[in-house]
Design a protein around this ligand. Structure first.
Ligand SMILES: CC(C)(COP(=O)(O)OP(=O)(O)OC[C@H]1O[C@@H](n2cnc3c(N)ncnc32)[C@H](O)[C@@H]1OP(=O)(O)O)[C@@H](O)C(=O)NCCC(=O)NCCS
Length: 188
């Protein structure tokens, strides 16, 4: 599995994946950003329809890449995060899913239910090991950032996500607010 920096070459396949997610009644993980304006924050809002436009998709790509920066545009109090798009090495322009690493969880929502890592795989590519492989590749990237332990959470009934975390050495701490809480030691 290729862990790619978000890029405009994924335009068509990203939209096709978004439609698959929508048909399954799910949102693209961290994909079509929708952060309404609040306080001093002007808001960052994309729509599936607007993203048909190449320039608008390029703006989304820039937002995803820029979210790793300390001063990136995001709602007040939110932490920076790195985002990668998953691709099959045999089809490197095909968007398969996405995974995010929040650089800090010093935020009430992240420390309780959100955790450090989030991911999603498009419905047509599931059960092929993409999520497990993506998480395996993100653990050393977290270590390189100096994060010693990753909090990874999933809904109590999300068997696929629980197994993804367990396949990566996640140790179950317990349950909180409808989520299972796992910790993965990164070796940092
Ligand atoms: C959770 C999700 C990312 C898993 O992606 P995936 O690429 O299909 O996962 P993998 O192929 O790496 O499978 C991981 C493990 O889950 C198991 N698994 C996958 N789908 C499963 C399912 N529907 N039921 C039971 N087990 C399942 C696999 O067998 C594998 O277990 P194993 O290592 O014991 O063999 C994907 O189902 C998804 O995008 N779901 C919607 C979004 C979501 O829930 N994100 C996680 C939020 S915490």
């Amino acid at each position: 599995m290729l862990l790619a920096t978000p890029h405009v070459r994924f335009h068509r396949s990203f939209l096709a994946a978004a439609d698959e997610f929508r048909a399954a009644g799910q949102e693209v993980h961290d994909g079509i950003v929708n952060w309404p304006a609040e306080r001093d924050f002007p808001g960052v809002v994309f729509t599936r329809e607007g993203l048909e436009e190449p320039a608008e998709f390029a703006r989304l790509v820039a937002n995803r890449v820029g979210d790793a920066e300390d001063g990136g545009p995001r709602p007040p109090g939110w932490t920076s995060a790195s985002h990668w798009w998953m691709a099959d090495p045999d089809q490197p322009d095909e968007f398969v899913g996405s995974i995010s690493l929040r650089h800090s969880i010093v935020h009430p929502m992240l420390a309780s239910v959100g955790g450090h890592v989030g991911y999603g795989v498009r419905p047509s590519a599931r059960r092929r090991g993409f999520a497990s492989d993506a998480l395996r590749q993100v653990v050393p990237l977290a270590a390189a950032r100096g994060i010693p332990r990753l909090l990874v959470t999933c809904d109590l009934d999300n068997v696929a996500s629980a197994r993804t975390i367990e396949a990566n050495g996640g140790e179950l701490e317990g349950e909180l607010r409808g989520k299972r809480r796992y910790w993965i030691t990164t070796g940092a």
